[in-house]
Each structure stands twice: as structure tokens, then as C-alpha cells.
Design a protein around this ligand. Structure first.
Ligand code: HEC
Length: 139
């Protein structure tokens, strides 16, 4: 009897972690999220595409809604965030981006999902202002 409920206990234990503190969230944004967006997305999503296209250069623009009324980033809900459906293989968004130009690893997609699940913290001021960055993969 007890054994039947053990797996359930495990799930509850795994989900009841204390929420990350503000400094942990800020660290995650600055060291994980920002570099990936800067290397893979900001080259195009920098305000140069005509509005209401996604502009990932600041918190204020990134959290706007798309033309369809859906949010690009819906805190705590990666499955309803267009940003995730646009980069995820098998994503549901009809307006997929040119695949060849954008390919994130499963780890990077998982990292973005986790960031949104945890509230999608985005720094204020200069730290939260993104600039396109070149990389080996994205020259
Ligand atoms: C080579 C240029 C380019 C790159 C790089 C790029 N995109 Fe896009 N993306 C576009 C274009 C063009 C569209 C279609 C116009 C629009 O709706 O913004 C688009 C559309 C989108 C949309 C859907 C917008 C909507 O209204 O439905 C999302 C979300 C998105 N991109 C996220 C990203 C993310 C996240 C990255 C980085 C991993 C990225 N894009 C990288 C060009 C790019």
C-alpha cells in the first residue's frame, strides 16, 4: 500500500523546491539566457524588423505581444510562449523562422524553458540591454 504511493511522494518532493532568489535569477539571465539570445536571435530581432515583430533588445520590447495577440514570453508558461514554440523542433507556431539560420541545441532550448518556468527574469538597465554578438556558429 505504502509502496504504491512512493513515486507520488517523489514527484511532490521534486516540485517543492524553494523559488530561486532574485540574485540567482539575475545570474541565470546574465550567464545563460542573455548570451544565447545575443548570439542567435538579436542579429534579426533588434527592432529592424517592422513592428509588431519580436524585438529582443530590452525587457520592455521583449515582453510585448505578437500581432496574433499571444505573448512571446509568458512568465511561468513556456508552452504558451511564442519564443519557445519558434525555436523548438516540432513547435506549433505557424510563422517558423528560417531554420537554417537558427538552431539551438536541446540544452539551450531546455535552458530557455527553465528560465520562463522560473518567471523569465530580465535585468533592468544596461545589463538588460541586448546587443547582437557574433560567435563561431553565427559569424
Ligand atoms: C535570420 C534572422 C532571424 C534570426 C537569427 C532569428 N529570427 Fe526569429 N524571426 C525572423 C523573422 C523574419 C520572423 C518573422 C517576422 C516576425 O514575426 O517577427 C521571425 C519570427 C519569430 C517569432 C514569431 C513572431 C510572431 O509574431 O509569431 C519568434 C517568437 C522568434 N522569431 C524568435 C526568435 C528567437 C528566440 C531567435 C533566436 C533563437 C530568433 N527568432 C532568431 C528572423 C530571425
Amino acid at each position: 500500500m505504502i509502496l504504491r504511493f512512493l513515486p507520488l511522494l517523489f514527484i511532490v518532493a521534486a516540485c517543492s523546491q524553494p523559488p530561486a532568489s532574485k540574485s540567482e535569477r539575475e545570474h541565470y539571465f546574465l550567464t545563460q539566457v542573455k548570451p544565447v539570445l545575443q548570439e542567435h536571435c538579436v542579429k534579426c530581432h533588434n527592432g529592424s524588423l517592422p513592428p509588431p515583430s519580436l524585438n529582443l533588445t530590452t525587457k520592455a520590447t521583449a515582453f510585448k505581444r505578437s500581432a496574433s495577440g499571444r505573448q512571446y514570453i509568458l512568465p511561468e508558461d513556456p508552452d504558451c510562449s511564442l519564443l519557445i514554440s519558434a525555436v523548438q523542433r516540432g513547435g506549433t507556431h505557424p510563422k517558423m523562422m528560417p531554420r537554417t539560420e537558427v538552431s539551438l541545441t536541446d540544452d539551450q532550448i531546455g535552458m530557455l524553458r527553465e528560465w520562463i518556468e522560473d518567471g523569465a527574469y530580465w535585468s533592468e538597465g544596461a545589463a538588460g540591454t541586448l546587443h547582437a554578438q557574433k560567435s563561431a556558429e553565427n559569424p
